[in-house]
Design a protein around this ligand. Structure first.
Ligand code: KIV
Length: 273
C-alpha cells in the first residue's frame, strides 16, 4: 500500500488491474520517464503507468532519432526509474533491432524485467507477431505499438501521420487485430487519424493508448519532456504544455491525470482528421 500526493492510499498497479480500466470505463494514463527523481513525482501524482521509451535517444541523449538507443541504455534507465516507483506499472521499450528475432527479444526483455519492468513495448506487426507470441508464451507481457513507429523512420522518410486513406487504414486495423491475437495486452497508437483510432479501439478487447490519436483511445501517453514544454523544435499538435495548466512540475503531472481522467485531454484539437 502507498499514500499518494492527494493523501489517498493505493496499491500497486498490476497488469490485470490496469487492463480492468477499459471494462470500468476508466482512462489509462501513461508518461515516459527516464530517471528516479521524475519517477517519484509521476508516481505520487497517480499516473497509472510509466514507459522508459526509446525516445530517450532524442530527449535525453540528444540524437536525431531513436535508432542509436541500445539494450544497455534501456536497462540502465529502467533500473533508475524502477527505484523511484512504488505504485505505477513500469514498461520498457524494446530498442531498435533488439526484437529482430525471438531469441534476441527474450534476452533483452528478460534484462528489462530483471531491472524492474512489468511489460515491454514492441513497435510494428509483420514478423514482430512471432516475437510477440514468443515473449507472451514465456511470461513476458507485451504492449504493441502501431501507427507512426519511430524505429521505421528510415523507411518512412520522416515522422508523419499513418493510416490515412482506405487501404492504409484497413492495413492498420488488420495489424491491430493481429497484435491482439498474438497476445499483446495493450496497444499504443501513435499519430493515427482520430476516427481510425476510435474504430481500432472499438474493434479490440485490449486497451489502446493514444499519442496523436485523438480522444477515442482507452488511454493517453505523452513524452515527459514534451508535456513539460522542453521540446526541441516544432511542437506537434498532440502535445499539451500541461506545465502551464498545473503551475509546477508536480502540478503538471496531477493536471495530466485529472484531464485525461475527465476526458478533457486530448481534445479534438490534439488529433488528426
Ligand atoms: O519512446 C517513446 O517515448 C514512445 C512513446 C511516444 C509512446 O514510444
Amino acid at each position: 500500500m502507498y499514500t499518494n500526493a492527494a493523501g489517498a492510499t493505493t496499491s500497486p498497479v498490476t497488469l490485470p488491474r490496469l487492463l480492468q480500466a477499459r471494462d470500468e470505463g476508466r482512462r489509462i494514463t501513461m508518461l515516459t520517464c527516464y530517471d528516479a527523481g521524475f519517477a517519484r513525482a509521476i508516481d505520487a501524482a497517480g499516473v497509472d503507468s510509466v514507459l522508459v521509451g526509446d525516445s530517450l535517444g532524442m530527449v535525453v541523449q540528444g540524437h536525431g532519432s531513436t535508432l542509436p538507443v541500445t539494450v544497455a541504455d534501456i536497462e540502465y534507465h529502467t533500473a533508475c526509474v524502477a527505484r523511484g516507483l512504488q505504485r505505477a506499472l513500469l514498461l520498457s521499450d524494446m530498442p531498435f533491432q533488439s526484437d529482430a528475432t525471438p531469441a534476441a527479444a527474450i534476452d533483452a526483455a528478460t534484462r528489462f524485467l530483471r531491472a524492474g519492468a512489468a511489460m515491454v513495448k514492441i513497435e510494428g506487426a509483420g514478423f514482430k507477431l512471432d516475437v510477440i507470441r514468443h515473449l507472451v508464451e514465456r511470461e513476458t507481457p507485451v504492449c504493441a505499438h502501431l501507427g507512426l513507429t519511430p524505429q521505421s523512420v528510415l523507411r518512412l522518410g520522416g515522422y508523419r501521420v499513418q493510416g490515412r486513406g482506405d487501404e492504409a487504414a484497413a492495413r492498420l486495423l488488420d495489424d491491430a487485430r493481429a497484435v491482439e491475437q498474438a497476445g499483446a495486452s495493450m496497444l499504443v497508437l501513435e499519430c493515427v487519424p482520430a476516427p481510425l483510432a476510435e474504430r481500432i479501439t472499438a474493434s479490440l478487447s485490449i486497451p489502446t493508448i493514444g499519442i496523436g490519436a485523438g480522444p477515442g483511445c482507452t488511454g493517453q501517453v505523452l513524452v515527459l519532456h514534451d508535456m513539460l514544454g522542453l521540446r526541441h523544435g516544432r511542437q506537434p499538435r498532440f502535445v499539451k504544455d500541461v506545465l502551464a495548466t498545473g503551475g509546477s512540475v508536480t502540478g503538471a503531472f496531477e493536471a495530466f491525470v485529472r484531464e485525461v481522467g475527465e476526458g478533457a485531454f486530448p481534445g479534438p484539437e490534439h488529433g488528426y482528421a
